[in-house]
Design a binder for this molecule. Structure first.
Ligand SMILES: Nc1ncnc2c1ncn2[C@@H]1O[C@H](COP(=O)(O)OP(=O)(O)OP(=O)(O)O)[C@@H](O)[C@H]1O
Length: 252
């Protein structure tokens, strides 16, 4: 589904990604780990076209992803969540989720402005889809509540719902369990595992929580200072001497 070749991104004198390469097969859940500043978010930002690459190639379902404009990414079936949440605080939880479905609507500006029957049908379909996700992620009770002021664990689920409502094929999760307590991490893992099957979605997840990564991922890629230093099954990567060195002083 996804092939990254020799991907390089520089910011002035910093090489955030240095000839990184790996593949993701359809249906896999791949963990992307590495110490702070390793380049994980930069990689996501390249895949979603927020950042331009200085060199390298990314193929997504045979398409040259680096030539795709940022606004067309969602339409290709790629969705992401953000490390520090990308929600609109003043908007309700339901509306935040509906934002994630905007690209699935086929109505043009004029049809939408005139509120024609086709638009009403489409709106009803999207709302039904959002409602089913609200229920699935235990968010129905807060559906009409503004996002601002809700507990962090709840907002993490809203982010996931917003990413899923557009029915993505590839889901990029940036630190989805960061800030959650251990019971919430456990619950989130179970939900994600089930949703992955239900939505038939391929997942790449950036996360520092090793218990989560090791428990849920099929394969793990480790970056350090912009370079890939290990790749393989979770247990193998966890024992890798280079990975241990990169995390020296950090329990993994
Ligand atoms: N927009 C930017 N401008 C300048 N430097 C940047 C920018 N984005 C990232 N960097 C730098 O690139 C390097 C990689 O950062 P990145 O955020 O990708 O790391 P990360 O692995 O996601 O870290 P963390 O686990 O702390 O989120 C860091 O040195 C960072 O300071």
């Amino acid at each position: 589904m996804l092939e990254v070749h020799d991907l390089t991104v520089r910011f002035g004198g910093i090489t955030a990604l240095d000839s990184v390469g790996f593949s993701v097969w359809s249906g896999e859940m791949v963990g992307l780990i590495g110490p702070n500043g390793a380049g994980k978010t930069t990689l996501f930002n390249c895949l979603t076209r927020r950042y331009d690459a200085d060199a390298g190639e990314v193929r997504y379902e045979e398409e040259n992803l680096l030539a795709v404009p940022p606004h067309a990414i969602a339409g290709l079936g790629i969705a992401r969540t953000f490390q520090n949440l990308g929600l609109f605080g003043h908007m309700s939880v339901r509306d935040n989720i509906l934002v994630g479905a905007h690209h699935t609507g086929g109505a043009g500006f004029l049809t939408a402005a005139l509120w024609l029957p086709r638009v009403r049908r489409e709106e009803a379909r999207l709302r039904a889809e959002a409602d089913s996700l609200l229920e699935r992620l235990a968010l129905t009770e807060v559906a009409d509540h503004p996002a601002a002021g809700l507990p962090f664990g709840t907002l993490k689920r809203v982010e996931l719902a917003r990413a899923l409502v557009g029915r993505p094929k590839l889901l990029l999760l940036d630190e989805p369990v960061n800030g959650l307590n251990s019971a919430e991490v456990e619950e989130f893992s179970g939900t994600l595992r089930a949703l992955r099957e239900e939505f038939d979605v391929t997942v790449v997840v950036v996360e520092h929580h090793m218990g989560f990564v090791m428990g849920i991922c099929d394969r793990v890629v480790c970056l350090d200072f912009g370079r890939k230093i290990a790749e393989g099954p979770p247990a193998e990567v966890q024992r890798d001497p280079g990975v241990m060195r990169a995390y020296l002083g950090t329990a993994i």
